[in-house]
Design a protein around this ligand. Structure first.
Ligand SMILES: [Zn+2]
Length: 456
C-alpha cells in the first residue's frame, strides 16, 4: 500500500545497528593460503573508515582508508583492494606498496593481497592506505563517470566475476566477514547538485559533502552507493505498509530516460515486498528500502536495496530476503541466492518430463574455499534443483522450511552444508541429500557412498 509520494532529499538517522554474526567471522574464514612462497592468513575486519574527495576539475579522486582488524591466526594478513596503493602504514609504521602485492590464485579466485608482516592473533591492527581512485582492476568493472563539474559513480558490485565487491574501491575482505564502514564523501568543483543514493545512513554535512555509515552486519557485498547529478533522476519516497502493519520508507530514484513512473515503481515495490514478507518473513532491513531504477540489462542486489531494471525488480528485491538477508558465507554458497530466487520469486519450474528424469550433474558449490565467482548454472539449473526437492517433499513444505531457514539466518551468513542439513533434518527425506549430491556438489552416484555427505 502507498501513502505519500514526495520529492525529497533524505536524511536517515537511525540507531547504530547491533553487530549480527560478527562473533563467528573468525571461524567462518577459509584456511590460510600458500602462494608465491608466502602464507596468507585471513583476517577479521572490525571497522573500515575512509574518506574520498572527488576533484571534478582535475578528474582525480583521493582516498584515505583505515582498516582495523584482527588476525584469525598468527601470520601474514590477507585482504583485497583493486586499486593502485600509493602509500601506507601498518600500526603507524610505514610500509611500501610492494609489501602488500597482489597474488594470483587463478581464474575462480583472482588476486588477493598478502601483507608481508608477521602479525599476532588476539591483537588489534590498523592498516592505513592512501591512493587515487581509478577504474577497479577487476573483471568487467566500470570506470568512474567524470563529467563537466559532474560525477556518476556506482559501486556496481557483481557476483559473476571475482574481485567485484567492496574491494574494487576500498580495502576489504571475502564475504564471511561482517564489518562496519564509515565513508566521508566530498565533491569539489561540482557545477550542479548531486544525489547520493545508498543503503547507508547518510548525514549531509554540506552541499557536496556527506557522511555515510554502513552498519556492522554488512559484508563486502552489502553496500549500495550511486552518486548521480540530480538533473538525471527523479526521486521520491513513499511508505509501504507490510503485513502486520510495519511501515517501510521506500526511496525510489529513477533515471529520467526510463520508460516508467515513480508512482508505478512504488506500487510494484510495495506489492513485491508484501508478497515476499508473506512467503518468507518480515523485511529484515530496518524500516527502509532503497531502489534505483534504470533501463538496460544490469541489475544488482544489495542489503535492503537494488539497482535494477523494471524487469528484474522482483528478482532483485527477493534477494533482500535470500542473498542479502540470508547471506552466502562464501562464494561457493552464492548459488543459493540465485537458485532460490529463480524458483521462489521468478517462478521457474522444470517440465514434468524433465523432472521425472535424472538430469546433468552440476557443480554449483565448489570445494575451493577461495572461490570468488558464482556459477552461471546457479539460475535455472539451481532453480531446477529446488524444484526436484519441492517435488520430493512438497512445495508448501519447502517454502515453509526456507522461511524458517530465513528466520534462523537473516543478516547472518549460511553455508550450503547448513542448508542441506536443515532441509534434511526437517524432512529425513533422502531425495534432499541426493539433489545436493548431484545437482549442487556435482558428484556421481549416490550420496550414501560419498564422503561429501559426511561433511557438515
Ligand atoms: Zn539474482
Amino acid at each position: 500500500m502507498l501513502l505519500t509520494v514526495a520529492t525529497a532529499t533524505i536524511l536517515f538517522l537511525f540507531p547504530i545497528a547491533q553487530e549480527v554474526g560478527a562473533d563467528e567471522d573468525k571461524t567462518h574464514a577459509p584456511p590460510p593460503v600458500a602462494i608465491d612462497g608466502l602464507t596468507g592468513v585471513p583476517i577479521d575486519i572490525s571497522t573500515l573508515v575512509a574518506s574520498v574527495v572527488f576533484h571534478l576539475d582535475t578528474r582525480t579522486a583521493v582516498v584515505n582508508a583505515d582498516l582495523t582488524f584482527e588476525m584469525t591466526a598468527d601470520g601474514m594478513p590477507v585482504f583485497d583492494l583493486r586499486q593502485e596503493i600509493v602509500s601506507g602504514t601498518l600500526n603507524g609504521v610505514e610500509i611500501s606498496p610492494a609489501q602488500m602485492a597482489a597474488h594470483d590464485l587463478g581464474p575462480a579466485s583472482g588476486t588477493i593481497r598478502i601483507l608481508e608482516a608477521e602479525l599476532k592473533a588476539g591483537a588489534t591492527h590498523t592498516l592505513h592506505l592512501e591512493y587515487e581512485l581509478q577504474k577497479p582492476q577487476s573483471p568487467q568493472s566500470i570506470a568512474i563517470g567524470w563529467g563537466k563539474g559532474r560525477l556518476d559513480w556506482d559501486f556496481f558490485f557483481s557476483d559473476l566475476n571475482q574481485g567485484r565487491y567492496m574491494e574494487m574501491w576500498f580495502p576489504s575482505n571475502l564475504i564471511y566477514d561482517h564489518f562496519g564502514f564509515q565513508l566521508d564523501l566530498q565533491l569539489e568543483g561540482a557545477l550542479a547538485p548531486h544525489e547520493i543514493v545508498t543503503n547507508a545512513t547518510v548525514q549531509k554535512l554540506g552541499d557536496f559533502h556527506w557522511q555515510l555509515s554502513f552498519p556492522a552486519h554488512f559484508t563486502a557485498f552489502s553496500h549500495m552507493l550511486v552518486v548521480v547529478p540530480s538533473e538525471k533522476i527523479e526521486r521520491s519516497t513513499a511508505t509501504a505498509i507490510m503485513p502486520g502493519g510495519k511501515k517501510i520508507s521506500v526511496d525510489v530514484c529513477r533515471l529520467k530516460d526510463t520508460n516508467t513512473s515513480n508512482k508505478t515503481i512504488h506500487k510494484r515495490v510495495a506489492e513485491e515486498m508484501i508478497r515476499f514478507s508473506k512467503s518468507t518473513g518480515a523485511w529484515p532491513h530496518g524500516n527502509r528500502c532503497t531502489v534505483f531504477v534504470w533501463s538496460g540489462g544490469r541489475s544488482m542486489e544489495y542489503d535492503g536495496a537494488t539497482t535494477t531494471s523494471m524487469g528484474a525488480l522482483s528478482h532483485e528485491l527477493h534477494h533482500s530476503w535470500y542473498g542479502r538477508g540470508v547471506k552466502p558465507r562464501s562464494q561457493n554458497d552464492g548459488w543459493f541466492d540465485e537458485a532460490w530466487t529463480t524458483f521462489a520469486a521468478d517462478g521457474f519450474r522444470m517440465s514434468s518430463a524433465k523432472l521425472g528424469e535424472e538430469g546433468t550433474k552440476r557443480t554449483l558449490c565448489s570445494d575451493n574455499p577461495w572461490n570468488r565467482t558464482t556459477s552461471g548454472d546457479s539460475y535455472r539449473p539451481g532453480g531446477a534443483a529446488f524444484h526436484r526437492i519441492a517435488d520430493a517433499i512438497g512445495e508448501k513444505k519447502l517454502m515453509g522450511l526456507m522461511a524458517k531457514f530465513f528466520a534462523k539466518y537473516q543478516l547472518k551468513t549460511a553455508s550450503t552444508q547448513e542448508m542441506e542439513a536443515f532441509l534434511f533434518e526437517a524432512t529425513k527425506n533422502p531425495a534432499v541429500k541426493q539433489v545436493f549430491h548431484r545437482y549442487i556438489y556435482g558428484l556421481d552416484g549416490s550420496w550414501k557412498d560419498s564422503d561429501a555427505s559426511k561433511k557438515e
